[in-house]
Structures are given as structure tokens and as C-alpha cells.
Design a protein around this ligand. Structure first.
Ligand code: HEC
Ligand code: HEC
Ligand code: HEC
Ligand code: HEC
Ligand code: HEC
Length: 186
């Protein structure tokens, strides 16, 4: 029941946010807040906005692939564009960190994308196709850990195995899938 309720609530928020987008073009009071925000918050981590995975994927149970939209059909899982954030955050000001939400609106108003810092990366000579893994039925958490319980991501979870060859190969051996050198190496 609780799950249904939260899913419904998110759908409602998303719809309301989209409708509100049309009428939210006027500069609001938040503009002042966002101008004051950058220096203080930027010091906390390298990320331009303190994005809480636990709030979105935990409390509100937003599906990972709502934001990482290309995981099942592309090599990259994808990072959502600012318009995805604005679908909700034209309406939702944020009760914990409204200054972080103000930054989203500033990027959107300036037509800029948010300069997220990449965290997980395999070596350049390695090929990692997300879609093959998702279509084989693996959960994000098997490799990335319990992301929905984490506040602001700063470094990869241990489950990620540091993207080392031994981690990849041992799972491929365990599940009896391809392990020719050329499968992973260009
Ligand atoms: C489907 C709706 C939805 C989408 C899409 C969404 N958010 Fe949120 N976000 C929320 C809700 C709900 C909260 C909790 C607000 C609260 O507790 O007051 C929240 C909270 C936040 C907070 C913390 C603010 C606070 O005071 O709690 C930040 C920062 C944030 N979101 C950033 C983003 C960014 C960046 C994106 C795009 C990558 C995004 N959000 C996309 C619904 C959404
Ligand atoms: C509301 C949108 C949203 C949802 C839902 C969401 N994410 Fe994210 N995710 C982001 C954004 C924005 C970033 C980039 C900022 C950061 O690294 O925190 C990100 C970053 C990540 C990264 C690190 C990317 C890198 O740079 O290496 C992983 C891994 C990840 N998310 C996994 C997940 C998983 C697993 C779920 C579901 C449990 C999930 N995300 C749900 C928006 C979302
Ligand atoms: C089999 C292990 C595995 C699974 C399952 C997996 N990932 Fe990843 N993920 C990785 C690896 C390895 C990288 C680094 C890839 C690279 O550098 O090319 C990565 C990178 C990412 C990134 C950063 C950049 C990008 O766009 O790819 C995001 C975001 C991400 N994963 C999200 C997810 C989400 C969401 C899911 C579930 C839908 C998921 N991953 C499932 C292993 C996995
Ligand atoms: C948790 C288990 C697991 C981990 C960890 C894992 N893989 Fe996989 N991998 C799979 C499965 C399952 C498949 C799907 C095989 C299929 O589609 O039949 C797969 C498929 C692949 C394929 C496509 C194979 C083909 O036949 O074309 C590549 C390439 C690949 N993985 C690379 C990697 C790399 C590189 C890493 C580490 C960075 C990695 N994998 C980590 C389970 C894993
Ligand atoms: C399932 C995927 C996968 C397969 C199969 C695979 N590798 Fe790798 N390999 C990787 C990854 C991921 C790295 C990057 C490790 C790192 O960055 O630390 C790597 C790194 C390497 C390196 C660079 C040295 C190092 O350890 O970083 C060499 C050399 C190498 N692999 C050779 C091979 C050979 C030879 C084979 C076949 C016997 C093979 N690999 C099969 C995923 C794979």
C-alpha cells in the first residue's frame, strides 16, 4: 500500500510539475537565493548540485531508469538533462536544501546543462555495454550497491569492484557468459 501511494504521489508531482512549467517562466524570488548559493555549497563536494539519491530513489521510489533513461538500450546509462529535473522542480522547492533546487532553476533559465562530474569510469581500452547487462536481468544494485539509500554520491560503492578486470571476469565466469579478450577489449 505504501509503495502504491508513493508511486502515485510521484506521478502526480511529475504531472503537476509539467503543467506548471508553462506558467513558471517568470523570474521568482528563488533567483536571489541561487545567486547567493554557489560559493558555500560548491565546497562540500565536486558536484555542482548536492543531488540526494536517497530522497529520489528511496523515499519517493522514482525508478532508476526514469532518470538513467538509456541503460536498457545503450552503452551508457545516461545522466538526466536539466529538463527532467524541472519536470518536478518548477513546483517542488525543497524543504531541506532549497538553495540546491534554486541552482537547478538557474541552469534551466540560462539554458545550460548541469556540469555533473563523472564518478564511475572503466579504462579507455575497455568496452562496457549497459544494455547487455540490464537485458540479461541484472539489477543496478548488483554492480552499484544500494544507491537508493545514499545521500550525495561522492565515490563508487564497493560493489562496483573498482571497474577492475578481475571483478568483470569473475562474474562472467560465475554466470557462464562471454569472456574472450575481444569481448571487453577494443
Ligand atoms: C519525479 C519528481 C522529481 C524529479 C524528476 C526530480 N526531483 Fe528532486 N526532488 C523531488 C522531491 C519530491 C524532493 C523532496 C522535496 C522535499 O523534501 O521538500 C526532491 C528533492 C531534491 C533535492 C533536495 C532539496 C530539498 O530541500 O530536499 C535536490 C537537490 C533535488 N531534488 C535535485 C534534483 C535534480 C538535480 C533533479 C534532476 C536530475 C531532480 N531533483 C529531479 C522530486 C523530483
Ligand atoms: C531523479 C533522477 C535520478 C534517479 C531516480 C536516480 N538517479 Fe542516479 N543520478 C542522477 C544524477 C543527476 C546523477 C549525477 C549526479 C551524481 O553523481 O550524484 C546520478 C548519478 C548516478 C550514478 C553515478 C554516475 C557516475 O558519474 O558514475 C550512479 C551509479 C547512479 N546514479 C545510479 C542510480 C541508481 C542505481 C538509481 C536507482 C536506485 C538511480 N541512480 C536513480 C539522477 C537520478
Ligand atoms: C554489470 C554491472 C553493472 C550494472 C548491472 C549496471 N551498471 Fe552502471 N556502470 C557499470 C560500469 C562498469 C560503469 C562504468 C562504465 C564506463 O566507464 O563505460 C557504469 C557506469 C554507470 C553510470 C555513469 C555513466 C553512464 O551514463 O553510464 C551510470 C549513471 C550508471 N552506471 C547507472 C546504472 C543504472 C541506473 C543501472 C541499472 C539500470 C546500472 N548502472 C547497472 C556497471 C554496471
Ligand atoms: C554481476 C555480473 C557481471 C559483472 C560484474 C560484469 N558483467 Fe558483463 N555481462 C554479464 C552478463 C550476465 C552478460 C550478458 C551476456 C548475454 O547477453 O548473454 C554480460 C555481457 C557483457 C558483454 C557483452 C558480451 C557479448 O557477448 O557481446 C560485455 C562486453 C561485458 N559484459 C563487459 C563487462 C565488463 C567490461 C565488465 C566490468 C567493467 C563487466 N562486463 C562486468 C555479467 C556481468
Ligand atoms: C569481462 C571483461 C574483460 C575480459 C573478458 C577481459 N578483460 Fe582485460 N580488462 C578488463 C577491464 C575492466 C580492465 C581495466 C582494469 C583497470 O582499469 O584496472 C582490463 C585491463 C586489461 C589489461 C591492462 C592491464 C590492467 O590490468 O589494467 C590487459 C593487458 C588486459 N586487460 C588483457 C586482457 C586479456 C589478454 C584478456 C583475455 C584473456 C582480457 N583482458 C579479458 C576487462 C576484461
Amino acid at each position: 500500500m505504501l509503495k502504491q501511494w508513493t508511486l502515485g504521489a510521484v506521478a502526480l508531482l511529475a504531472t503537476a510539475g509539467t503543467l506548471a512549467f508553462v506558467s513558471a517562466q517568470e523570474p521568482a524570488a528563488t533567483q536571489d537565493a541561487s545567486e547567493a548559493a554557489p560559493p558555500a555549497a560548491a565546497a562540500a563536494t565536486a558536484q555542482p548540485i548536492q543531488f540526494p539519491h536517497d530522497t529520489h530513489a528511496g523515499t519517493y521510489q522514482i525508478d532508476c531508469q526514469y532518470c538513467h533513461f538509456s541503460a536498457e538500450r545503450s552503452v551508457d546509462a545516461g545522466i538526466p538533462p536539466v529538463s527532467t529535473c524541472m519536470g518536478c522542480h518548477t513546483m517542488i522547492n525543497g524543504s531541506q536544501n532549497p538553495e540546491e533546487v534554486a541552482k537547478i532553476r538557474e541552469y534551466a533559465a540560462n539554458g545550460e546543462s548541469i556540469p555533473w562530474v563523472r564518478i564511475h569510469k572503466v579504462a579507455d581500452h575497455v568496452h562496457f555495454p549497459h544494455m547487455r547487462h540490464i537485458n540479461a536481468g541484472l539489477d543496478c544494485q548488483q554492480c552499484h550497491g544500494e544507491i537508493q539509500t545514499i545521500g550525495v554520491l561522492e565515490e563508487p560503492e564497493p560493489a562496483w569492484g573498482k571497474g577492475k578486470m578481475g571483478w568483470c571476469v569473475s562474474c562472467h565466469v560465475e554466470l557462464d557468459v562471454a569472456r574472450d579478450c575481444t569481448v571487453c577489449h577494443y
